[in-house]
Design a protein around this ligand. Structure first.
Ligand code: GDP
Length: 290
């Protein structure tokens, strides 16, 4: 499962409540300490962890236990709510005809996510199609074409033509009979001026309904810096955090994105086209807590 380590550490912390005879200050302090440790190991920001710890402590010791709930269940519910508040809200990408523009740094998982997203819409009964406007990374065209062919998703690209803007124009016209048009764009190693310029030009031509930023979950807390920078340049409607299956820093990336007021739309949990999940904070935290 995603973020196994964080999940099992949190579950272990909560298990202490089962053994405890009474839920007193000592027990709560001990459990909160374990939760702190688990979150810090998952790269969640120290300040955020401290804030959350004091909320849990205060609520667990002061709030009255609601009728029909035992003190242990009450503490678990508090922890659950506090964890949801640090991962924030989710962005809803509806099932309707639309154009989606994918952006992100090179290696973030943009191309893979583009194919996953087309698979997602295909499974929901929609007719996605993909335009490859990544004319920067060698091999991007072939990679995306192969993925789309396997999924029977219509694909438009022009190998060896560096004119990304022209490709988007022609691609969207050619694929207009499909209902969800996904435009994969090129990344760079950092958010350089020429990347911003290219994104802005493509954005103007594609006029996307949604612009999704793909962030590699392994960057942890740095996710907030990237989300802010991309949002300031072209504006983002939502974030996809990729590679959450392979990093211990996922908690950091999730909470850092929420800190910027950006919302997470999807998470990537593996390399195959089916390894994409719609991000639902309550479901995500419930699964984490087991
Ligand atoms: P791009 O440069 O942003 O287009 O990045 P790619 O889509 O080519 O992805 C870079 C690498 O990350 C590839 O080897 C992908 O297989 C891998 N990758 C992408 N998403 C995930 C994910 O959710 N989980 C794992 N484990 N690997 C991923």
């Amino acid at each position: 499962m995603v973020m196994d380590k964080l999940g099992s550490s949190l579950q272990d912390a909560l298990k202490k409540l089962v053994g405890a005879g009474r839920i007193d200050e000592r027990t709560v302090t001990e459990v909160v300490k374990d939760i702190q440790r688990a979150l810090l190991q998952a790269d969640v920001n120290v300040k955020l962890v401290m804030q959350m710890s004091s909320h849990i402590k205060e609520r667990a010791l002061k709030e009255e236990v609601p009728p029909g709930m035992n003190p242990r269940e009450h503490v678990i519910k508090i922890v659950y709510h506090e964890l949801i508040s640090i991962v924030g809200r989710s962005a809803d990408i509806p099932l309707k005809p639309q154009t989606i523009m994918m952006i992100g740094l090179q290696g973030s998982g943009k191309t893979t996510t583009t194919s996953k997203l087309s698979r997602y819409f295909q499974r929901k009964g929609m007719k996605p199609a993909v335009v490859c406007a990544d004319t920067f990374r060698p091999g991007a065209y072939q990679q995306l074409k192969t993925l789309c062919d396997k999924l029977n998703v219509p694909f438009y690209g022009e190998e060896d033509n560096p004119d990304a803007v022209g490709i988007v124009e022609r691609g969207l016209a050619e694929l207009e009979k499909n209902d969800v048009l996904i435009v994969d764009t090129a990344g760079r190693h950092s958010l350089e001026a020429d990347l911003i310029d290219e994104m802005e030009q493509i954005h103007k031509v594609a006029q996307p309904d949604y612009t999704l930023l793909v962030l590699d979950g392994a960057i942890g807390q740095q996710a907030s810096e990237q989300a802010r920078a991309f949002n300031d340049s072209v504006g983002i409607s939502g974030v996809v955090i990729s590679k959450l299956d392979g990093t211990a820093k996922g908690g950091g990336a999730l909470s850092a994105v929420s800190e910027t007021n950006s919302a997470i739309a999807f998470i990537g949990v593996g390399e195959t086209p089916d390894d994409l999940e719609k991000f639902e904070p309550d479901r995500f935290i419930s699964r984490l807590l087991g």
